[in-house]
Design a protein around this ligand. Structure first.
Ligand SMILES: [Fe+2]
Ligand SMILES: [Fe+2]
Length: 156
């Protein structure tokens, strides 16, 4: 999960850089926490990792599979955690809606849109289906190396 969060954070920051948008550090932190709700499942359900793999293999939405299986998805568990921790409103919004497509269409939510693009790219790296995935695909090796580098720093 940490590698996913780091990869998405680095990718989202890169997209903002390429688009010449400020708030890159804010977007980095927001991306790091987007999947915080997964912690709840990892802590309580031993086979949760398998559900993530299954969603990827079947190309199904993990959030939908969680809802079918547990009655709640990681956006909602994350939102509850975020409320408990009194995270700022923008964090709550990203955590609660990062898999929602209606929100993506609102351009004022561009950070959320980039997080969604980076998130999808993490799972389907060879599919270039948007300008964002095109950019990320070109930088794929650097992003993976940077993720590994950060991971090794955190593990020591
Ligand atoms: Fe997610
Ligand atoms: Fe994610």
């Amino acid at each position: 999960m940490l590698d996913h969060s780091l990869f998405v954070a680095l990718s989202t920051r890169l997209l903002l850089q390429k688009m010449g948008i400020e708030e890159q550090e804010e977007a980095f932190t927001l991306s790091l926490l987007h999947d915080i709700g997964k912690i709840v499942f990892f802590m309580h359900i031993e086979w949760y990792g398998k559900l993530i793999e299954e969603a990827k293999l079947k190309r199904e939405s993990l959030a939908d599979m969680e809802k079918d299986t547990f009655g709640i998805d990681h956006q909602e568990t994350g939102y509850i955690l975020g409320l408990k921790w009194k995270l700022p409103e923008i964090f709550l919004r990203v955590i609660k809606h990062h898999h929602s497509h209606e929100i993506t269409n609102d351009t004022s939510y561009y950070i959320l849109k980039f997080i969604q693009e980076a998130d999808r790219f993490f799972y389907y790296r060879d599919e270039v289906i948007s300008s964002e995935s095109y950019i990320l695909n070109k930088e794929k090796e650097n992003l993976l190396a940077e993720t590994d580098n950060l991971l090794s720093i955190l593990e020591h």
